[in-house]
Design a protein around this ligand. Structure first.
Ligand code: ZN
Length: 333
């Protein structure tokens, strides 16, 4: 690969300076309403001497709120005297998407979590991904990226890490998930790992932890509490914030194969037959899709391909062919 040009993003913070800095990643973006304008992505750096570094992100998808709610507050309240090392906080990673309340960027339709490793000469979303790939991820020892279901999915609240070929790295990630202390902890399988921030961090050997804490394009009191406690627990577990991890019981779950996902094959109106967290037997109908163009048509039944718990479901009342309807997970440990 030929050498990449430098990133066009200019940080207004100094990653080597002790104390608290609230600043921006300034990304030049020339457009109709601002000829020499920039996208100003909020960033906070809290540093107290040498030590491990954590990189904390929310708003990778712009319609997921537990991460931003936890991280704007952490940036406002974390006292550097309680820190040993560095905490880098970017509460709204795909900031244009976050401002628009949409999963992808309104500027270029970029899905941040399919844009890695990014490009310094690509779209706005590519440029943000490239900055994380080459400037921020290399600084981190541990990476926590908050997700929820957004406007189209709703999840049982869980913290997750992926099964990895490097078992020592996997063990560290699962230990951080356990420390997060969400009600559920997931050994996660992805539909499509290409371009994910997760994969970029894991390929660099970082301890990578993520979440799915709810969804529907909003947040709940309980899921925000889980996010706020979880991020502090991960920082305590990493030895970056002083104090003991506030452990609460967690149920480990596994997504053993692609059979955990079900997809709609028709457009229509969806009827959930099982609520989130409900037990499902193989062959059971988890959802029905009603055709709405005329009366008298029998609904399409979506049947479970395995037994487990309903970990996620389609959120809006209308569904399109190809939409993910349900995700099942099995209890382990
Ligand atoms: Zn997401």
């Amino acid at each position: 690969m030929s050498a990449l040009r430098p990133s066009p993003i200019a940080p207004t913070v100094d990653f080597e300076r002790d104390g608290v800095q609230h600043g921006f990643l300034r990304l030049p973006y020339s457009r109709d309403d601002s000829a020499w304008g920039s996208v100003m992505i909020p960033i906070c750096v809290i540093r107290n001497g040498n030590g491990a570094a954590a990189l904390l992100t929310g708003g990778n998808h712009g319609d997921e709120y537990e991460g931003p709610l936890a991280l704007y507050e952490l940036a406002r309240t974390l006292d550097p005297r309680n820190v040993s090392g560095t905490v880098i906080i970017v509460p709204a990673m795909n900031y244009p998407a976050f401002r628009a309340g949409t999963r992808t960027s309104p500027i270029d339709k970029g899905n941040m979590n399919r844009s890695f490793p990014g490009r310094p000469d690509g779209t706005v979303t590519d440029k943000i991904a490239d900055y994380f790939q080459r400037e921020l991820l290399p600084r981190a020892d541990i990476v926590l990226d908050f997700h929820s279901g957004g406007k189209t999915l709703d999840f049982m609240p869980f913290c997750a890490a992926h099964t990895l070929l490097d078992k020592a790295q996997e063990e560290k990630a699962f230990a951080a998930v356990e420390a997060f202390s969400a009600p559920f902890s997931m050994r996660m399988t992805e539909i499509d790992t290409v371009g994910m921030y997760d994969t970029a961090a894991e390929e660099m050997g970082k301890v990578f932890v993520t979440t799915e804490l709810g969804g529907g394009g909003t947040s709940r009191a309980e899921t925000v509490r889980i996010a706020r406690r979880g991020v502090l627990n991960v920082l305590r577990h990493a030895g970056i914030v002083a104090g003991a991890v506030e452990k609460t019981p967690t149920q480990w779950l596994d997504m053993p194969s692609g059979d955990c996902f079900a997809f709609a094959e028709d457009d229509g109106m969806i009827e959930t037959m099982v609520d989130l967290g409900g037990k499902v037997e193989e062959g059971q109908v988890v959802a029905r899709i009603h055709s709405t163009g005329r009366t008298g048509i029998a609904p399409q039944e979506i049947k479970a391909k395995m037994s487990g718990l309903l970990a996620a479901r389609h959120f809006p009342g209308l569904v399109k062919a190809g939409d993910c309807v349900s995700v099942l997970a099995v209890e382990v440990g």
